[in-house]
Design a protein around this ligand. Sequence first.
Ligand code: AMP
Ligand code: MG
Length: 494
Amino acid sequence: MLTPPHYASSLPGFFHRSITLPPPPAPRIVALNTELAQQLGLDVDWLHSAEGLAFLSCGMLPHREGISSGPVATAYAGHQFGQFVPSLGDGRAALIADCQTKDGHPLELQIKGTGPTPFSRNGDGRNTLGPALREYLVSEAMHALGIPTTRALAVLTTGDMVERNDGPVPGAQIVRVARSHIRVGSFQYAAAHGGLDHVRQLADFTIQRLFPDLTAKGPERYLALLKVAIKRQAQLVAHWMEVGFIHGVMNTDNCALSGETLDYGPCAFMDQFDPMKRFSFIDKDGRYAYGRQPALALWNLSRLAECLFPLFDDDEDKAIEKAQEALQDYDHLFHHAWLAGFRRKLGLAEQDEHDIRLLEHILETMHTGQADFTNAFRMMGSPEVAIKNDYSALRELFPGNKGHFDLCRTEILHRLTLEKRSAEARQQAMQATNPRIIPRNHQIETALSQAIKGDYQPFHHLHNALKTPFAEAEDGLDAAPRPEEEVRYTFCGT
Ligand code: AMP
Ligand code: MG
């Protein structure tokens, strides 16, 4: 059942602006997530009807009688690459509805590619086909990998063209679904333009919406909100690290309190392991490089704490102390999640105090050995390696440093003597943890360029395969890019 966005009805106009979305000239669904639609109780035939199209493309709810509120663009601020921008907001997006999953969790639906909003600044408010399909592919792949993320319900072409640097490109919209789009930047907006009452109002709404189980009362309630946000981010970034995901724009306006991966711009999965890997063309200094993500998440959470801390205690010093204590937990929470995740990747069910050293050695060897991150872990869990102890094919994945690899191999074999479960059980657990396929940049680029020319077959093929990333298949999609295929940069409008 679709209802108007609670964000609009529960929070005052300070937090959002009502907008009317102009109907696109010729909206057409080019990708529809029928499984997600069903989970949301949305009838697929209805989504294809004129009424369904009006909903997906301009947020028109069916049975509108008696409904006063329509789509809203939400207000937020944000630190972009470390610089505070006091007023950002949904410049090309709007919340259009709420709905519930079958098990009763509330979700928000948002259109990205609305046309101008009061927050568009100099932008045109538009989205284009390449980035919309990219978000659809990558966010759904993240979901299939078991990583919290916004989901993609549909991509529509608008029927007109949008001007971009390289000339006109097809206009498009993506309809995405999230537990909530509230960001660290939403709190920064409340603190910068409102005051403590606004921060409290947003915090109350966030708790009610996202964390109804938080039972703490009074000031402790807001401290509990910060703590749960810290925990979610720590777990999220640990997940990203486990699959080689680089978000690319970890600005505070792209950091969701829900702990969902938000905003798929220049993000990418790395092929060869490199802790300083970055793809985003605008990230010149590697601020958001792979290995810097855990520290950057803490930086973002510190900005959240700066907004919330006055709610923790009337005594400012005590309030700051509580915020600092909560932030200090981050490193421990991240490290715990990260180590547990990589132990799973290595199929280590037991815990040994030297595991961290072993892991660092493996990662270092992947780096110097120029190993493909996904394929190397996948092969470690193959029957040849994990059951027969035959490391010869795996060794070939480390062309840059086979000597280091040989050393690493002895360390791994030594560590495995501590494991109690059978090699078969370990191997199966590893195959269920290390994906065979991830959305590799070069494959995405090929699928998107074909789609833009009108052939959606490669896009659907890739999307379908990414639904079962852990399953064995002979589709060739696990191949790392050849040097000439490698995509080195991604762009915000990628
Ligand atoms: P993003 O890089 O997508 O996180 O966007 C950062 C900010 O720029 C947000 O406030 C967006 O709404 C805004 N923005 C991005 N692209 C456009 C556009 N084409 N038109 C208007 N605003 C935009
Ligand atoms: Mg954003």
